[in-house]
Design a protein around this ligand. Structure first.
Ligand code: COA
Length: 266
C-alpha cells in the first residue's frame, strides 16, 4: 500500500473535492450546478474563515474528503455554541481505496488541529466536535465510522470532546408564515454538491404528483432567515414538516399527501 497524505483544501487543490465527491458524476449537468454552488461556497469560506475541508491522497490520488466548519460560521444557526466544530461529512467513494486508513487520517488531522489553535476557531478554544451522521446507504455508515473513532451519541449528534464539556444544540421550532402554508419549500445547502440536485429532484417529483402545488427552493446559506423560520428542515409542505428523508421515498410521499390534503381542507 502506498502512502496516505492529508492536505487542507485551498485554491490549488479545490477541484480534488469534486474528483472525490462527484466521482462518476462530473459530466451530469445538474451535478455541475451543485458543484458550481459548492465551489463558490468553499472559496467564500476559505477567504472568510480559513480551512473547511481536507482531502486524503493515496499514492498521490485524491480518495477521501472531510468537510467541517464552526457552528458560529453558519448563518442559519441562531445562538451558535461557542468553540464547537461541526463535522459535516466524511466520504471515500472508491472501493479499492476503502479500509486503508484514508478517512481515519482525515479525522485524526481534524482532531489534532482542534486541540491547537486553528485559524477557523478565531482564537476560541475548541470545546468539542459534533457531527450529524446521516446515512446514504453507501459504504460504512458515518455513525459507525465516528463511533469507532471515539465519538459518542448525544442528542442525535455524534460528539468528540476536545477541550470542554458538551452542550446540546439549540432546538429550533418552525414558525411557518401564511405564504409557507400555501406552498412546498425545499431547503438545500451549497456545502454538498448533491444537495441542490436533490432539491431539484424533489421539486420535480412534487410537481409531477401535484401540478397545482408551488414548490420553492431556498439556499440555507443565502437565505438563512427563511431557513430558520422553517426550523432548518429540509422539506415543508403547506406548513407541515415532512419528517421522512429523500431516501425514504414511500413514507415521504405519504407524509406529503397528508400535508397537501390537510392544507386543502383548511
Ligand atoms: C466511512 C468511510 C468514510 C470510511 O472511509 P475509509 O477511507 O474506508 O476509512 P478508513 O480506511 O480510514 O477506515 C475504515 C476501516 O478500515 C480500518 N483500517 C484499515 N487500515 C487502516 C489503516 N492503515 N489505518 C487506519 N485504519 C485502517 C479502520 O480501522 C476502519 O475500521 P472500522 O470501520 O472497524 O473502524 C466510507 O466507508 C464512506 O464514505 N462511507 C459513506 C459515508 C457517507 O455516506 N458519506 C457522505 C457521502 S455524501
Amino acid at each position: 500500500m502506498g502512502p496516505i497524505t492529508v492536505r487542507d483544501v485551498d485554491e490549488s487543490n479545490l477541484e480534488d473535492v469534486f474528483r472525490v465527491c462527484s466521482h462518476g458524476k462530473l459530466d451530469d449537468p445538474l451535478q455541475q450546478k451543485g458543484i458550481e454552488l459548492r465551489r463558490s461556497w468553499l472559496r467564500r469560506m476559505l477567504r472568510d474563515n480559513g480551512s473547511c475541508a481536507k482531502i486524503a491522497y493515496l499514492d498521490g490520488a485524491p480518495v477521501a474528503q472531510l468537510l467541517f466548519y464552526t457552528e458560529g460560521s453558519a448563518p442559519f444557526i441562531p445562538r451558535p455554541r461557542r468553540g464547537v466544530v461541526l463535522l459535516r461529512c466524511v466520504y471515500n467513494p472508491f472501493k479499492e481505496a476503502q479500509g486503508k486508513g484514508a478517512s481515519t487520517a482525515l479525522l485524526r488531522s481534524l482532531v489534532e488541529e482542534c486541540r491547537g489553535d486553528p485559524q477557523y476557531l478565531k482564537g476560541v478554544r475548541c470545546r468539542f466536535i459534533a457531527s450529524e451522521a446521516f446515512n446514504t446507504g453507501e459504504g460504512t455508515p458515518m455513525e459507525k465510522f465516528y463511533a469507532s473513532n471515539g465519538f459518542v451519541k448525544k442528542n442525535g449528534e455524534m460528539v468528540l470532546l476536545i477541550n470542554g464539556e458538551y452542550a446540546p444544540p439549540v432546538k429550533l421550532e418552525p414558525h411557518p408564515n401564511e405564504s409557507d402554508k400555501g406552498q412546498a419549500i425545499v431547503i438545500y445547502n451549497p456545502t454538498c454538491e448533491y444537495s441542490y440536485p436533490s432539491a431539484m429532484r424533489a421539486r420535480d417529483l412534487l410537481n409531477s404528483i401535484y401540478p397545482e402545488l408551488t414548490v420553492k427552493l431556498i439556499d440555507q446559506w443565502e437565505d438563512p432567515a427563511d431557513s430558520v423560520r422553517l426550523g432548518n428542515h429540509w422539506l415543508t409542505v403547506k406548513g407541515a414538516q415532512i419528517i421522512s428523508g429523500w431516501y425514504e421515498r414511500e413514507s415521504m410521499l405519504r407524509e406529503v399527501a397528508k400535508a397537501v390534503e390537510k392544507g386543502v381542507q383548511r
